[in-house]
Design a protein around this ligand. Sequence first.
Ligand code: HEM
Length: 153
Amino acid sequence: MDKYTLFPTISTSFIVISAILVAIGWNLAIKRKLDQHKKVMIAAAIAAIIFFIIYSSRTIIVGNTEWGGPDNLKPYYLTFLIFHIVLATVAAGFGITTLVLGFNSKFAKHRKWGRITSVIWFFTAITGVAVYILLYMMYPGGHTKPMIDAIFG
Ligand code: HEM
């Protein structure tokens, strides 16, 4: 595996790990195992932060990968990519809010925000894996460019 594929593979794995931890953490909250819920959700947040560190450093150092598939599919891919990026950004804001509400013991609000955060994060992970499959498995061969060029170029 070359360096262009290695980093996205690692970062996408961390989104998936984080989403699985959120699913486990939610289940623990429903079962009222709240100490374990807290630990598992903190682990999920750490996995999300590791994803973000790998993803952003790769974007700065190596650049983003350009669409390598047929030209007529490119607008659909870009729409999907932007949808995924928006979801991930919204999930980060909701995630921080949910954590702060939890740490401040505002559990009624935490519960409402936590449910929405978890669902958004599941969709972020699913769309992230779909982007990975489109970009590295179905149509390999796109070369790297700085982020702005990959989206608007
Ligand atoms: C981003 C991380 C977190 C997410 C996504 C999250 C998500 C959730 C969800 C979805 C529920 C509701 C379960 C249900 O009834 O359907 C919940 C409940 C709860 N969470 Fe979290 N949680 C997170 C972090 C934390 C942390 C760090 C703490 C402790 C400091 C915590 C403490 C609790 C407690 C005590 C409840 C029960 C609230 C109640 O039923 O009144 N959570 N969480």
